[in-house]
Design a protein around this ligand. Structure first.
Ligand SMILES: Cc1ncc(COP(=O)(O)O)c(C=O)c1O
Length: 395
């Protein structure tokens, strides 16, 4: 018999919708969090060159020293932090999800209180649950399609006996992006109470709101770090460098945490593959134009999707500040997002993720990943409009 915590974990509801479309090649798939563009060739070439040179061996638990050094200088350039980020604050991981799972393994004892801003990518609250944490959601509010956080609600939930506050900004699925002043207040609160502040920065380079963006990234925790802060940033090559399939990420954490995390990495995966790390190095060294192009393409796709959706009656949506998703709802269809998403697949050939997959706060919404060509997005909107024009079917 498996642990009851595992038996109680919900299966992915996005997968459940995708399964409704199995065997159908005509479904337009906007349900997963990745684009339709392969990784740039200079990154693929770096991995090929490493393999050709025989780079097929185990690596250091914390990652290639060259990659850790390149990450440190990348982050210092990007965030200009008050405390310079040294290699002793960096560990390379097998993607962002692994960084987060290692952080949870290192910090969580059964019964610990973990506060998470929701709706959110389901992995964030599920991983602490696997470890027996008590996960407390703090819901964003939505008015006319715009998602905001009542910061006081988060501060109240982050009681002195809270172990971790987990924030993902820009947020999957809503695109909500926390302003710097809120980060600063939250950091001060966590400092005061000895709470670990864990920031999932997967989408930090994908920010579209000029008023929020700083030096090409979203506001965050790294800029105003003190040397001893209990702050960790989890990050990934997946989104900004279009490298989802490579499984490469990293974390920035206090040196005493990094010293210990090598052991946890050893007992999980031992190390990220060397040739994949070489690809990551090339991405950091030559990838800035590619990151800028990805962000620009996503902003223009976001706008194309919103323009097309504006022609459909009953859509409630507003431009998301970051990430790659539109989290929206349709008047008259706000009670059962899973059933609606399945009907859209079966009856309209349109693949969207159900809002409830991101927590009960997401019920009634649909998530549309707009990392796709304008033509595909417009065709998706046409399918949606056609579906909504048909008379409602009897149950
Ligand atoms: C909010 C968020 N964090 C982290 C990740 C991790 O991505 P990966 O494991 O591919 O690095 C994702 C992927 O969808 C995400 O949406």
């Amino acid at each position: 018999v498996l642990r009851s915590t595992i038996a109680a974990l919900p299966a992915s509801l996005i997968r459940e919708v995708a399964n409704a479309g199995i065997g159908r090649s005509d479904v337009l798939k906007f349900w997963f969090g990745e684009g339709d563009q392969a990784t740039p060739s200079f990154i693929r070439d770096a991995a090929k060159a490493a393999l050709d040179a025989g780079d097929t061996f185990y690596q250091h638990n914390l990652g290639l020293p060259e990659l850790r050094a390149a990450l440190a200088s990348y982050l210092n350039r990007l965030h200009r932090p008050a405390v310079e980020i040294g290699i002793d604050r960096i560990a390379v991981t097998s993607a962002g999800v692994h960084a987060l799972s290692l952080i949870d393994q290192a910090l969580i004892d059964p019964g610990d209180r973990v506060v998470v801003v929701t709706p959110v990518w389901p992995n964030l609250p599920s991983m602490p649950k696997i470890l027996g944490a008590e996960v407390v959601p703090v819901a964003l509010d939505c008015r006319a399609g715009v998602w905001t956080l009542d910061l006081q609600k988060l501060l109240d939930a982050a009681t002195p006996r809270t172990r971790i506050v987990l924030v993902n900004s820009p947020n999957n699925p809503t695109g909500w992006t926390m302003p710097q002043r809120d980060w600063d207040v939250l950091l001060a609160h966590c400092r005061r109470h000895g709470i670990w502040l864990v920031s999932d920065d997967a989408y930090e380079r994908l920010v579209f709101d000029e008023a929020l963006a700083v030096n090409g990234h979203a506001p965050g925790v790294l800029a105003h770090l003190n040397p001893d802060d209990r702050v960790i940033s989890a990050n990934t090559f997946s989104k900004a460098w279009t490298m989802t399939g490579w499984r490469l990420g990293w974390m920035v954490a206090p040196p005493h945490f990094i010293e210990q995390i090598g052991k946890v990495i050893e007992y999980n995966t031992s190390c990220a593959p060397g040739f994949v790390q070489r690809a990551g190095l090339a991405a950091l060294e030559q990838g800035e134009p590619c990151v800028a192009a990805t962000a620009a393409r996503l902003r223009s796709s976001r706008d194309a999707l919103l323009v097309a959706l504006a022609t459909v009656p009953g859509i409630e949506a507003a431009p998301p500040a970051g990430a790659m998703y539109l989290f929206f709802r349709i008047a008259g269809h706000t009670d059962d997002s899973l059933a609606l998403a399945k009907r859209l697949v079966i009856e309209a050939g349109l693949g969207l993720a159900p809002g409830v997959a991101f927590g009960p706060e997401g019920e009634g919404y649909l998530r549309w990943c707009f990392a796709a060509s304008d033509a595909l997005l417009v065709e998706g909107v046409e399918r949606l409009a056609h579906f909504l024009q048909r008379p409602a079917r009897a149950a």
